[in-house]
Design a protein around this ligand. Sequence first.
Ligand SMILES: [Zn+2]
Length: 489
Amino acid sequence: MGFRLSCIRCGKHFDNRKNPIRCPSCGGQALIEYDYDQLSSIISREELAKTPSSMWKYSFLMPLMKDDFIISLGEGGTFLQKAERLGEELGIKNLYLKNETVNPTGSFLDRGVAIEATEAKSMGYRALKCVSRGNLGASVAAYAAKAGLSCRIYTTLGVELGKLYQAVVCGAEINFVKTYDDALKFLENPCEGEYTVSVTNPFFLEGIKTTGYEVCEQLHWSPPEFFVVPVGEGGHLSMIWKALRELSYVGLIDGVHSRLLGVQAKSCSPIVEAFRKNLDKPAKPKDFGMTFHDIAVRQPMLGELCLKALRESNGYALAISENKILEATRLLAKCEGIFAEPAAASTIAALRVALEDGIIERSDKVVCIITGAGLKDPAAVKSLIKHSAAETPIAFMLASSLDSRLGRTKRLILKILQKHPSHGYLLWKTLTQKFGLAITLPSMYQHLQELLAAGLITVVNEGSPSERKKKVYVLTKKGETILSSDFTT
Ligand SMILES: [Zn+2]
């Protein structure tokens, strides 16, 4: 089936599979279009009902060539769970969860990466590369392995560890850079034979839109009043909107009546801000606080498209506090048995707010997209345990088993601080000069950040208010306990 690239800004069509992301005339984001009239005459609900559940059953609405050999790990075709217990808790009867945590590498991104890996393999590329905050790298590494391609990932030191482990085990080469923006520069000039997987690539986007198709078919072609979707780069929400429109073009649903609710974490919510101010694109990035990586995107690459989808659907956007998101993560697991990563469970926290504020009616049919699995984010797991049952022996055991996996450098830092509190620079001099450790100052600060996040050290400010204050690092009680129970040295 034929397809063509089309610019979302100027509407021009173009054909450049090697460089499909931006419109050659105006630089706008490109998306893929099909001949919907022709498709509507050959597709029917009855025919689709005969094919088993899988994202590839909608291949007539995918950019595949006839002779493409599909690279698949069994992505898509995920369960749509009727959430009776959680619904009761929140006060809504018709609540469904699209459980994307069961995808091969535990996130919805597998849908997009499967199409890009297929495209790369069929066009004769030898390697995949990408920039990743976590989930994307894990997915690209797995599909590269399956396709027999090599894989190179650019990421930052703050990457969530569970996601990094996945990529490393699948044989990817990991390159650490200082900031995410630095990492993006490595994508600009690809080497010969290297295919760049990007969340803005129209082929990738065609993969993640299939979540929308599946939900509609699973609800017997009667789409919900609301889709609640976590928003990072903005691609998934935008593409669910595209999916709904396409289903209506080909006559599988009767018009598009669903609305979209986009969710971001309060400390990093450029799309919610732009939506409130009625802007076409997210405002210039500012410094945001610490939050969950996969929805904490300072400069969402698909912000414009996402805001367009929110408006066209008469939708809404909500920013939710980190604490509320962690609470929702626990509630989702307790009521429905789905252990999601916080970014994914943010939809549940947002639903609660939307019901209380009357944005969503209690009689509405609602689908929350649960985008990724919980075990990928050990830091969040740790804070969940800390907040849930801090007094029980099992919580203590789990917390210390997570903490006892300290590296040599962190142990050494704790030991130095046990003897005497120290400024950052002095600590670095002790590490490098006294202990002969080859460590840069930024990477020592990264260790300090992680120790702070784990609650093993704390910071006090030294000096009177009139002087320039100096940060002094001090071992906490928890740090003492961990150090005394750490027998790995
Ligand atoms: Zn254009």
